[in-house]
Write a protein that binds this ligand. Structure first.
Ligand code: SIN
Length: 315
């Protein structure tokens, strides 16, 4: 018996519509309902699917409230024995952040597959229908688990995936570690690497009023940095700070000084490299005073630090 797949819609370009004559770059994201997206894919007709509209937004506007709701709904469906996997349709702009949030919270034993599109549903070359069909194949793949992202026939793990191009159709990469696998034009999956394993913090970490979730900000270390933002954030009660550090996790001395001066604020600090690829390798030096986020992008490191603070506050 084929297990059921639940598709949760959150908006994005995959549900986007352009006005007549507009280019593929000019459209409104999050216009079509998830049922309409499913109905547009011939390969999905007659499949054991359920769909649910969870949000309808441009993912640049993703909120913690939507993340909380999404985490809970994904968890709710995953524990149903008849459900084999969950698909989330999502805008591409913050897809990697949502992927890491769901992976760290749920570390699901069943596949949770996030997909989207670089071209709106109204485009003559819309990529959403194929991506959605691929996501359902993956959600039914025996042995698949964890949070996965599929775009353009390429399957990425939540830890590795990042958006690396502003508008090209092959906008996603797993960097130097490479993708987990690919789907061919017939929708057959070929695995390239082992499914990643990790521990989940548990859905309870997302409990509580999202308004009270710790604020975690990102500050970029760059030439001519002043550290002024650090001081402002410390005074503002910011609980966590990710430094988008240069190269192998190095931090401008003005920011280091500002962090030392702001020690009274007890902000948790984490360094993530602002390079598009490669994990920070630990070396001695002033910057090593703050833990590194390894290979996580600054945006994913922000999610990681926020979750760690949430976990610490609920302990
Ligand atoms: C969005 O992230 O919602 C808009 C952009 C996209 O999906 O490609």
């Amino acid at each position: 018996m084929q297990h059921k797949v639940v598709i949760l819609g959150t908006g994005g370009t995959i549900a986007g519509v352009a006005s007549e004559g507009a280019s593929d770059l000019q459209y409104r994201a999050g216009m079509l309902g998830v049922d309409t997206l499913v109905a547009a894919v011939p390969a999905l007709q007659g499949q054991p699917l359920e769909s649910e509209q969870l949000a309808q937004l441009d993912s640049k506007d993703m909120t913690h409230a939507v993340w909380q709701q999404l985490g809970r709904r994904v968890h709710h469906h995953l524990v149903r024995p008849e459900v084999g996997g969950v698909v989330v349709t999502h805008g591409t702009d913050t897809m990697e952040e949502t992927a890491w949030l769901l992976q760290r919270v749920l570390a699901p034993a069943k596949p949770v597959v996030i997909t989207g599109a670089m071209r709106p549903a109204s485009s003559r070359q819309a990529d959403g229908p194929r991506n959605l069909a691929d996501a359902v194949v993956l959600a039914q793949e025996p042995g698949a688990h964890g949070v996965l992202v599929v775009m353009g026939g390429v399957v990425h793990g939540a830890a590795d995936v990042r958006k690396v191009h502003a508008h090209r159709i092959d906008a996603f990469s797993s960097g130097e570690v490479g993708p987990l696998g690919r789907l061919d034009d017939e929708g057959r999956f070929q695995r390239a690497r082992a499914w990643p394993a990790s521990d989940g913090l548990g859905i309870a970490v997302l409990d509580g009023d999202v308004g009270a979730w710790p604020t975690v900000e990102i500050v970029t270390s760059h030439a001519g940095a002043s550290g002024a933002l650090i001081e402002a954030l410390a005074r503002n009660g910011t609980r966590g700070l990710v430094i988008a550090a240069t190269g192998n996790g190095s931090v401008h001395q003005a920011i280091e000084l500002a962090l030392e001066r702001a020690a009274w604020a007890d902000m948790a600090v984490m360094r993530a490299t602002r390079c598009g690829d490669g994990a920070i390798l630990e070396v001695e030096g002033a910057s090593a005073a703050w833990p590194s986020a390894g290979a996580l992008t600054p945006a994913k490191a922000r999610v990681e630090l926020m979750l760690r603070l949430l976990q610490a506050s609920s302990a």
